[in-house]
Write a protein that binds this ligand. Structure first.
Ligand code: ZN
Length: 156
């Protein structure tokens, strides 16, 4: 009832709240924080949209089978994700931009034609005009531009 008591209980809860490890339990590399929406949208797990998925992290290591890890050693592997993961699957048909379905192969081919920067601009323009949905569509839970830029550079 008093502020004193409620803040005390908050403090207790806060102090015993367990932390999700920052490093992937399998490969030992640092994972990126992802929002619950990403797991809710992309996991093949039944009724994934009903789970809270608080505090999960995404593992971007190429050879690692772990897609997401969370509290109490909860893991989801690449096989439990609806789409192939760009960082982990090097096939040309894998999307670099999940919102507009632009594949790695398409980008590499456009760079081969000397049109890498046009491809980048096209994606950017689509994003500016039609909006985007990276949190729900891209397994890494955020925008693809960094990956797209790196891909264009490495293909040049
Ligand atoms: Zn890993």
């Amino acid at each position: 009832m008093s502020n004193c008591c409620s803040s005390k209980s908050d403090f207790t809860e806060e102090s015993i709240k367990p932390e999700v490890p920052t490093l992937c339990p399998l490969c030992g590399q640092k994972g990126l924080k992802v929002k619950p929406l990403t797991l809710q949208s992309l996991l093949t797990v039944e009724e994934a949209s009903d789970f809270a998925f608080e505090g999960f992290r995404f593992c971007r290591t190429q050879g690692c089978q772990v897609a997401y890890f969370g509290l109490d050693e909860t893991l989801f592997t690449t096989e439990q994700v609806k789409v192939p993961i760009y960082q982990k699957d090097l096939n040309p048909e894998v999307y670099v931009c999940y919102c507009f379905k632009v594949s790695r192969g398409e980008v590499v081919a456009s760079v081969g034609r000397g049109e890498g920067s046009q491809t980048y601009d096209q994606v950017k323009q689509k994003k500016d005009t039609s909006g985007w949905d990276c949190e729900a569509k891209n397994p890494q839970g955020n925008c693809c531009f960094g990956n797209l830029k790196d891909l264009i550079q490495s293909a040049q």
